[in-house]
Design a protein. Structure first.
Length: 256
């Protein structure tokens, strides 16, 4: 898998350049064509999409685990391509994500449909670039990779009629399967390869997904931002709330 790292001084510069070049027609909180095909029980919806030149690209963020370690179909979309997750700080020595204190409670999920309306082609007729910002600060550091055209992968593959959760996962024959399918999807947490970094830090993470023809002309592009916040562990909320109420009472008495 080819990985490219790039540095941009201002947040969002890379996103703006890609979107402007593609003349992207971004739509928010969309279903992808035809369904979500990785795993069972993963709902459609909540995607930020671009549909151009027969290609549909979709990105979204999803709550990976709630505070009881249960998976959820919660996308926390703000309706403008941003998604916000409030990571509750667990008690010292514990983690809400199973077996790892560095697993963010959110995943990002991507969908590539190379012929959503029947006018495109198979997945391997095009190339793709998924750019992932691993720097939560105001700057952006992007890892860039083609998530589709790789020798083997656990991506779920299918077509416009593949049912929910019915995607084909066949790592041994993946290279040939992308030549006969037009839909690829996956759900990733940035803790795991090829990323291997902690996404628990408070800040903003940018994601850009683009598709190109054989001449490297940009055909479609979509982007999202994940806002990662932290809130206190639940038992600290009560004294904090009492402190705020006490301060409000003192200010009211002072005015009187």
């Amino acid at each position: 898998m080819r990985i490219i790292k790039a540095k941009s001084v201002l947040a969002g510069v890379g996103l703006l350049m890609v979107a402007t070049t593609a003349s992207a027609t971004i739509m928010y909180d969309q279903n992808v064509t035809g369904d979500v095909i990785f795993g069972s029980g993963n709902a459609n919806g909540g995607f930020t999409t671009d549909r151009q030149n027969g290609i549909e690209l979709g990105l979204r963020a999803k709550l990976r685990f709630d505070e009881t370690n249960q998976p959820q179909n919660v996308f926390n979309s703000n309706g403008d391509g941003t998604y916000q997750f409030d990571n509750i700080l667990p008690p010292s020595g514990f983690s809400f994500a199973p077996n790892s204190p560095s697993t963010a409670i959110w995943n990002f999920e991507w969908s590539v449909n190379s012929s959503f309306d029947g006018s495109g082609g198979f997945l391997d007729n095009f190339s793709y670039l998924l750019e992932i910002d691993f720097d939560p600060s105001a700057g952006t550091n992007f890892i860039g990779l083609d998530p589709v055209n790789v020798p083997s992968s656990d991506n779920a593959l299918g077509n416009n009629s593949t049912p929910n959760g019915g995607g084909l996962v066949d790592e041994a024959n993946y290279g040939s399967n992308i030549g006969v399918n037009n839909l690829a999807q996956n759900s990733w947490n940035m803790e795991f390869a090829p990323f291997d970094f902690n996404a628990l830090d408070v800040g903003i993470y940018d994601f850009v997904l683009s598709a190109f023809d054989s001449q490297q002309q940009l055909l479609a592009s979509t982007s999202i931002q994940v806002i990662n916040a932290r809130v206190p562990e639940p038992q600290t909320w009560i004294p904090f709330s009492f402190a705020l109420l006490g301060l409000a009472w003192l200010r009211r008495r002072a005015k009187q």
